[in-house]
Design a protein around this ligand. Structure first.
Ligand SMILES: [Zn+2]
Length: 330
């Protein structure tokens, strides 16, 4: 699908104005003109399209307060300005997973500096999306190397249009310095970090990071805890892949594992299982309707997520848009 095309029914500018911002993605406009997306990211001046949706989203995400949660003696989770950052500290230096958005750099750096004198050794990107990789260049400037899946480097090197935001190819100093294809192990600070590629799920760049000693698993955006997930079909994501990723992760953890989602509060096996089960139910219902010949508008109108919307529809993805994305990837 050519993401640069705009809908016949509504131009991107009109779409942005109608939905107050990020919802103006051409893909979304093609799927459902008028659908609402991303209610928490609505801009302060309702009805005014920002000149630069990416800058506006960065500013808004960056203004989210940052919370600190201790996962183990030497592992800290920072939550808020664009997902969940995890920091492993110790004599080998700081090993950080994901990086928030650029406007949050100062507070992230302050927080890292407050975790002892060790150097910021390594940043690991869970996938290519900007709310996880936006501070890559700042980490490099602070002395860190950057590790990611090879597809993250590839995707960051390309131009993308996503949810109304335009991404230019990243400069060389914001690209991963080391990549892997299948798995990667790292013995550092008394942990045996285990990373592996997740077959296309949220994107085609996803990895997980396991901290076996502390019994922590960072799932990146293959897990949205307590809300419908965004699935980036433009870079290889699909509902089947999301379900497979969640099922595989459930098999890797026990009841005491601390599971870090890409977005949402710290999870565990029970919350991950609940999330997976919601995805399966929605996928099966949408598949049944699609197989019976229904168009996307008809499937959305049938409200196959209705029973979950109160609990799961208040996050980044509005229910109608989520259903449309699920439909488009089946
Ligand atoms: Zn993402």
């Amino acid at each position: 699908m050519d993401l640069r095309n705009t809908s016949r029914l509504t131009t991107r500018r009109e779409m942005l104005r109608m939905t107050g911002g990020i919802a103006g993605g051409a893909l979304m406009a093609r799927l459902f003109p008028g659908a609402l997306l991303a209610r928490p990211l609505a801009y302060p001046q309702q009805g005014t399209a920002p000149a630069d949706p990416l800058a506006a989203t960065r500013a808004q995400m960056g203004a989210t307060p940052m919370e600190t949660i201790k996962l183990a003696d030497n592992i800290t989770m920072l939550s808020g300005p664009g997902g969940n950052v995890v920091v492993l500290t110790g004599p080998d230096g700081k090993i950080v997973v994901d990086s928030f958005v650029q406007p949050a750099w100062t507070k992230l750096k302050q927080s890292l500096d407050g975790m002892g004198n060790g150097p910021i050794k390594l940043l690991i990107d869970t996938h290519w999306h900007f709310d996880h990789t936006d501070n890559n260049a700042n980490f490099r400037a602070a002395g860190a190397q950057i590790l990611a899946h090879e597809n993250t480097k590839k995707r960051l090197s390309e131009a993308h249009d996503l949810l109304g935001m335009h991404f230019s190819p990243s400069p060389a100093n914001a690209l991963p310095t080391e990549t892997f294809t299948a798995t990667h192990k790292l013995t550092v600070n008394g942990e045996n970090l285990s990373m592996a590629y997740v077959p296309p799920a949220h994107t085609d760049t996803d990895i997980y990071i396991q901290y076996p000693r502390a019994n922590v698993l960072h799932m990146g955006d293959t897990f949205f805890n307590g809300s419908y997930p965004f699935i980036d079909a433009g870079t290889g994501g699909s509902i089947h892949g999301m379900i497979n990723a969640a099922t595989k992760s459930i098999g890797m953890v026990d009841a005491r594992t601390k599971i870090v989602p890409g977005h949402g509060p710290l999870g565990d096996r029970a919350s991950l299982t609940k999330y997976r089960d919601v995805l399966v139910t929605v996928r099966d219902r949408v598949q049944t309707l699609k197989s019976s010949g229904k168009k996307v508008e008809e499937v959305v109108a049938a409200k196959p997520t209705a029973e979950f919307d109160k609990a799961w529809g208040g996050g980044f993805m509005a229910p109608d848009v989520f259903v449309g994305i699920v439909y488009s990837t089946l």
